[in-house]
Design a protein around this ligand. Structure first.
Ligand SMILES: Nc1nc2c(c(=O)[nH]1)N[C@H]1C(S)=C(S)[C@@H](COP(=O)(O)OP(=O)(O)OC[C@H]3O[C@@H](n4cnc5c(=O)[nH]c(N)nc54)[C@H](O)[C@@H]3O)O[C@H]1N2
Ligand SMILES: Nc1nc2c(c(=O)[nH]1)N[C@H]1C(S)=C(S)[C@@H](COP(=O)(O)OP(=O)(O)OC[C@H]3O[C@@H](n4cnc5c(=O)[nH]c(N)nc54)[C@H](O)[C@@H]3O)O[C@H]1N2
Ligand code: SF4
Ligand SMILES: [Mo]
Length: 788
């Protein structure tokens, strides 16, 4: 942070020269892999990045950087990086490639595109381009790039997360927000003010509930974990809802060690206390809410003794937490991924939102503030929809079957139904997967072996990435190399502020920026639109201004500013001031204009309009017989600061801090199965198994194991059958595809069952070989589950 000792050291220029270095002040979407974009100073010499520092002038990150940015040099100049386009030169899976030029790559794409369109027309009576499906990963910088390639360049409507079952990352929480109040809320840690904690309007929350989230490791969804530590220093008390004793849980006043997948019941229990003890905000409920009486009836079904039993919690802790949260003025909720990764994702999100609203904490300083993208100008996954006409939209795979998808609350097609199309060829067999920033069989997809099998039915695959991934080796015909963070010009915001990314380092071999790739490809496939741009900067200016309102600057202007904060001149209680609705009236962007505790839209769609507990798909309660065979609760994917999903496994420094897939198991389980720290164990259920190394985690819920996700081994043989060992430690050998709640949102990545036993010489084997050569683990249960 800037203080009196260093204030002359850190400049506000966007570029200067110092001790033989060119210093560029910019933001990066890490090195790479992150939801944020912290302020950095890049020190380059002769176009090479030599070191990187945090920029204390950037109020968002205040000079702090974490491991992944600090280690950027090692990533950028890693010899494993892709250097030029590669065309397959053997069978899929053989890992044999031929170096080609970009011209040759584009020629190949043009020829293949024509074949795809013919097949779709002739064999499926379709239009043609819909045979291409783009798969995207989570929100890194590359977010709109895959969408633009798909829709603006190729003209296809089929875009999905890389088989993220039931869109179970942030989509449920955001959609619940949209249903309830028409916007999204975030915990107000003063991040909307450039002067941060000094802002006179901002109030420090008295209490924050950290719910299914570990922000110190994840910094997810545009929220920086260290803000929470700042708040704690300013006096904020914590309630932590997590089955694991995280660092934050260890500092909490109340730690609710909830049974995975039962968060909705817990929130309903807390609502029960708050309503019955009359601790809610009468003014907000009477003037700004719709359907409170129905909620009163619903929470009566969730008395705290019943909830304690469902959630495996102490009843008094639930009551204490509810009272503490309701009494604090203001109080905020910082929620996370665990809410989405259960079949009751939408239900839990509804109930938690209601807690925020009825306690009067919505859109108040230090509570949960309604937020929009700066200037509305963050291009996202929905990019390029204007290039798709209605006939083509109607050809989307699976969308008809899900009201939320059909109504356009997400620009994605349902990944589970895409998988079914790849298995059955109905409504048509996708002809090409355009994989833009995702590595699905290593990480994103549930039931990875099932995806592996189905994907082999798809004729063509193109992968756009930094590295050769297991997904590329298994399926790709063409691999296109892209530039990393400090080698690219771009812009983005996750909420606020709008930031630029400036290329400070030179081009790495023949890598193109994703931005450049979209433009170059666009000039080939859709010259009518793309020929208006002479260079990437002109294209970026268009992208910034296109759906942004009041943005009159070019990319180069913004670049010199580095970032711009946000355009709302009011931050709080916007619903009172008529600042949310297009018609300028007070209220929320909902049909009733009120915060909808009872959702009329859900009613129309045939969903429960109020929150309700849905017992996890596999659990001691729903499937007691299965629980006898698989006696532990399996959760997966808690974040590690040095690793972003399946990335960074090539980097020696990261492997030093996290050498292999190291899972948490409780001391009780360790004793039961006779393992000690550092042993290897099998996690197994009826879908499959994987092996991971044991860390005995004190304070973990006694019946719980927490597997790590995203593991593959770039140092191992890439060709099949080994495929970089991608199925050996793969947490998603045990997760599901096709299992979700009634809304099609939320899959049980974090709450199923497993058994756990020691890896021995006798039982050791290679799951990668079993999947790539043996057809999988057998015994898979492919019944679709869309129920309660
Ligand atoms: N370093 C790093 N940062 C990342 C990522 C990464 O891979 N690495 N991934 C990014 C992405 S895409 C996302 S979505 C975010 C996610 O980041 P977070 O929202 O922080 O989610 P997780 O770390 O998966 O899990 C958070 C906590 O949920 C707990 N938990 C598990 N099951 C349950 C449950 O059923 N209920 C409750 N209440 N808690 C449960 C876990 O014990 C864990 O402590 O992180 C982002 N940031
Ligand atoms: N079991 C289990 N599985 C999980 C989770 C869990 O908690 N448990 N978490 C899930 C969640 S929340 C998510 S969001 C998904 C995330 O899944 P993904 O977002 O698909 O993450 P990765 O598998 O790491 O794939 C990203 C790929 O994109 C490349 N890449 C990175 N940046 C760029 C870029 O700017 N341009 C291009 N072209 N490529 C880039 C990387 O090198 C990498 O190969 O994983 C999910 N998987
Ligand atoms: S959160 Fe960490 S990895 Fe992400 S941009 Fe900031 S410093 Fe880099
Ligand atoms: Mo995610």
């Amino acid at each position: 942070m800037i203080n009196e000792y260093n204030k002359d050291l850190y400049k506000e220029d966007w570029r200067w020269y110092e001790d033989g270095y060119e210093v560029t002040r910019t933001s990066v979407w890490t090195g790479p892999g992150c939801h944020n974009g912290c302020g950095v100073l890049c020190y380059t010499k002769d176009g090479k990045l030599e070191k990187i520092e945090g920029d204390p002038n950037f109020g968002y990150s205040q000079g702090r950087l974490c491991l992944r940015c600090l280690n950027m040099v090692e990533n950028i100049y890693n010899n494993d990086r892709l250097k030029w386009p590669l065309l397959r030169d053997g069978e899929k899976g053989e890992n044999k490639w031929k170096r080609i030029t970009w011209e040759e790559a584009f020629d190949w794409l043009e020829e293949t595109y024509a074949k795809i369109c013919d097949t779709i027309k002739n064999e499926y009576g379709g239009i043609g381009p819909e045979g291409i499906v783009a798969l995207s990963g989570t929100g890194r910088n590359a977010m709109w790039h895959g969408a633009m390639c798909l829709r603006a360049v190729f003209g296809s409507p089929n875009m999905a997360f890389g088989f993220l079952s039931a869109d179970s990352c942030y989509q449920p929480r955001m959609t619940a927000n949209l249903m309830k109040d028409g916007d999204c809320w975030i915990l107000d840690a003063s991040q909307l003010h450039p002067d941060r904690y000094d802002n006179p309007e901002w109030v420090c929350p008295e209490v924050v509930v950290v719910w299914g989230n570990e922000p110190l490791a994840s910094n997810g969804d545009g929220f920086m974990g260290h803000w929470l530590v700042d708040l704690m220093r300013l006096g904020t008390k914590l309630i932590v809802v997590d089955p694991a004793l995280t660092w934050l849980a260890s500092k909490a006043d109340v730690w609710l060690q909830v049974r995975p997948g039962t968060d909705c019941a817990l929130a309903l229990g807390m609502l029960n206390v708050i309503i019955n003890e009359d601790l809610y905000d009468h003014d907000f409920v009477e003037n700004w809410c719709y359907g409170f009486d129905e909620l009163v009836e619903r929470v009566a079904e969730y008395p705290t003794d019943k909830v304690a039993e469902i959630c495996w919690l102490d009843e008094q802790d639930i009551i204490d937490a509810a009272r503490m949260y309701a009494a604090a003025k203001p109080a905020g909720v910082q929620w996370g991924l665990a809410i989405d990764m259960q079949i009751a994702a939408m239900e839990a999100s509804f109930a938690i939102s209601d807690l925020v609203a009825i306690t009067g904490n919505l859109d108040v300083p230090g509570g949960n503030v309604l937020v929009r993208y700066a200037y509305n100008s963050s291009k996202k996954y929905g990019c390029g929809l204007e290039f798709i006409d209605q006939d083509m939209l109607d050809r989307r795979i699976g969308t008809e079957q899900s009201p939320i998808h059909k109504a356009g609350y997400t620009p994605f097609i349902p990944p589970d139904l895409l998988l079914e199309a790849m298995e059955t060829g109905v409504p048509y067999m996708p002809q090409m997967m355009w994989v833009h920033g995702t590595n699905p069989i290593a990480n994103m997809g549930g039931d990875a072996p099932r995806i592996y099998r189905a994907w082999k039915n798809v004729p063509y695959t193109v992968v756009v990435d930094y590295y050769l991934t297991p997904t590329a080796v298994a399926f790709a015909d063409l691999v296109l190399p892209v530039a990393m963070s400090v080698e690219r010009d771009s812009f983005r915001s996750w909420w606020q502020p709008l930031r630029t990314i400036t290329a400070s380092a030179g081009r790495y071999y023949e890598c193109k920026m994703d931005e450049e790739l979209v433009l170059d490809l666009g000039k080939r496939f859709n010259p009518k639109f793309f020929n208006q741009f002479n260079d990437v900067h002109e294209f970026l200016t268009y992208m910034i201004q296109d759906d942004g309102y009041g943005v009159d600057y070019t990319f180069d202007d913004l670049n010199k500013k580095v970032y711009d904060w946000w355009d709302f001149n009011e931050t709080y209680k916007k619903y009172e001031k008529g600042l949310l609705r297009e018609d300028g009236n007070p209220g929320f962007v909902t049909a009733t204009g009120l915060y909808e505790i009872y959702s009329p839209l859900f009613d129309v769609w045939g969903f429960d309009p109020l929150p309700q507990h849905l017992e996890p798909y596999e659990s001691p309660v729903r499937t007691p017989e299965l629980y006898k065979e698989y006696p532990y609760i399996y959760t997966s994917g808690h974040r590690h600061i040095g690793l972003f999903h399946s990335e960074h496994r090539q980097l020696p420094t990261m492997r030093e801090v996290h050498p292999t897939a190291i899972a948490d198991i409780s001391p009780e389980i360790a004793e039961e199965i006779g393992v000690i720290e550092g042993d290897w164990v099998w996690f197994e259920n009826k879908r499959g198994k994987c092996k991971q190394q044991v860390h005995i985690a004190p304070g973990l819920m006694p019946k719980l194991v927490r597997a790590r996700h995203g593991w593959w081994f770039p140092e191992q043989e890439g060709a099949e059958p080994n495929l970089y060992g991608v199925f050996d430690c793969n947490a998603n050998n045990l997760t599901t595809m096709g299992v979700y709640g009634p809304t099609h949102y939320g899959a049980p990545y974090k709450c199923s069952l497993c058994k756990c036993y020691k890896v021995t010489e006798e039982n050791d084997c290679s799951p990668s070989e079993i999947v790539t050569q043996g057809g999988g683990f057998g015994g898979n249960d492919y019944t679709r589950f869309e129920g309660k």
